[in-house]
Design a protein around this ligand. Structure first.
Ligand code: GLY
Length: 462
């Protein structure tokens, strides 16, 4: 947990951004795996963590804007709990640690909220993403679950997005820690990536590394020698010499700040010439994107530049053809890079996605495109100092997509299908760093994981 002043200051700022009413931020509860008491690893709600810091189930944070008061509702443990879980700090102590003076037991929350509602106070809450919290909120207010949506407040959402999109120095320190764990994960994957090893042996070790740092994975590990499937969670293949292994994996620190890196490496430790050709195109797209990212530049423009680099490289290899700008404008590049260049990252690996992707990544000036090849970009607006984003261009040969477009004779002026078909079975390459936007550019968070052909081969063979 950060020092209590951090949370006090954040709530103070939030109060200045929301115009009256009662802000209700529900923390999460335990989620049962297969029976009550046998739970998934607990994950607190990220906005609750941001404003109230406490990382335990069963809590609700309240900011009463009209009376300038803050509350945490939650229960002290009883003797039975102590027998099973050991002694725990009281709710008073916990609340004090995050600068909240008023703490009350959960059974007083419903009356508190109903009174506020009856007095005409506006109640602001955040979008729900867990069923139990919808039921909880409905029960607390004595409403039907279908009515809960009416309490989701765009004013509150926008205020939170404005704050969480700009990382402060404490958050950057945490993000650097998450990056260091990510570095360890990816270098370990490089050293383990040998023919005959099963993907699951590596993904299991990577997940274990996050636990040894008292954290967890920031999303389920993507690791496969079928990297053409963007989010491949099947880890049952035995690695074969000559294939590429794509690993997209990151960690959450104890405080739940994330990292998210992708590297694509040759099984056995040596890239073929053909692999190097595509790899270096993706690497150039990554480097160009980073060089271009600075305050004021729309990330949609950075995305466009990255895909142009990919198209130019594929033109040079004879896989694509024709005018690069026209190919990109038409969306022909989406055959090879169907996803966006990156997304915001922070307490969530896709930061604040639960608050609404378009509210986080777009604004009045820059609206989300619906064109395949651009529509997948989660963050398109102008970047600001303090934004943390991923930079993750890729190039994939997806047999089903190639077959469909070829049958439709789609973009024949830009795509040389005869040549593309030679790459069926190649897989996919993605190279992802996490970047922090600075006052005059951006920098990579953490020490850069080996990324050039030489660096990767040396690491794999060391
Ligand atoms: N790196 C996984 C994701 O962005 O969803």
């Amino acid at each position: 947990m950060f020092k209590k002043d951090v949370y006090i200051e954040r709530r103070k700022k939030l109060k200045q951004k929301v115009n009256g009413g009662l802000i209700v931020i529900l923390g999460n509860d335990e989620a049962a795996m297969n029976y009550p008491g046998n739970d998934y690893l607990f994950r607190q709600d990220s906005s609750f963590l941001y404003y109230f810091g406490l990382d335990m189930p069963g809590l609700t944070g309240i900011i009463d804007l009209d009376n300038d008061k803050e509350y945490i509702f939650g229960d002290d443990v009883d003797l039975e709990d102590i027998i099973w879980m050991g002694p725990q700090p009281s709710m008073k102590e916990l609340s004090y640690n995050v600068g909240v003076k008023n703490s009350f037991p959960t059974n007083e929350l419903s009356d508190f909220l109903k009174k506020a509602k009856a007095s005409g106070q506006k109640i602001h809450t955040l979008p729900f993403y867990r069923g139990d919290n919808i039921i909880r909120f409905a029960d607390l207010l004595g409403i039907n679950h279908k009515e809960t949506e009416a309490y989701v407040s765009k004013e509150l959402i926008l205020a939170i997005i404005e704050m969480r999109n700009i990382k402060d120095k404490y958050e950057i320190e945490e993000l650097e820690k998450a990056a260091a764990i990510g570095y360890e994960m990816h270098v370990t994957a490089m050293k383990m990536c040998k023919p005959g090893v099963y993907e699951r042996e590596i993904s299991g070790v990577l997940e274990g590394i996050t636990r040894t740092h008292d954290g967890m994975i920031s999303f389920p590990v993507i690791l496969s020698q079928h990297g053409e499937t963007l989010h491949n969670h099947y880890h049952g293949n035995m690695l074969e010499e000559g294939k590429l292994m794509l690993t997209d994996a990151g960690a959450e620190t104890t405080m739940h700040y994330a990292s998210d890196f992708t590297r694509t490496i040759p099984v056995g430790g040596k890239f073929t010439e053909r692999q190097k050709d595509i790899y270096n195109i993706v690497l150039a797209a990554n480097n160009n994107a980073r060089e271009m990212t600075k305050p004021g530049v729309p990330y949609i423009d950075v995305h466009t530049e990255a895909v142009k680099t990919i198209v130019q490289g594929l033109n040079d290899l004879g896989i694509m053809q024709g005018n690069v700008d026209e190919a990109v404008q038409a969306g022909a590049h989406a055959m090879f890079m169907p996803h966006g260049l990156g997304h915001p990252m922070g307490l969530d690996v896709h930061d604040m996605e639960g608050l609404g992707e378009n509210l986080v990544g777009y604004d009045e000036e820059i609206k989300r495109s619906t064109l395949f090849g651009f529509s997948g970009l989660r963050f398109g607006k102008r970047v600001q100092e303090g934004n943390v984003l991923t930079n993750e261009p890729g190039c994939y040969f997806i047999p089903e997509l190639i077959e469909k477009w070829q049958n439709e004779k789609k973009f024949e002026q830009f795509i040389n299908y005869d040549k593309v078909n030679e790459y069926i079975g190649f897989g996919g390459i993605r190279l992802e760093d996490d970047i922090l936007v600075t006052s005059d550019g951006c920098r990579i968070l953490g020490k850069r994981i080996p990324i050039t052909v030489d660096e990767v081969e040396k690491t794999m063979n060391s």
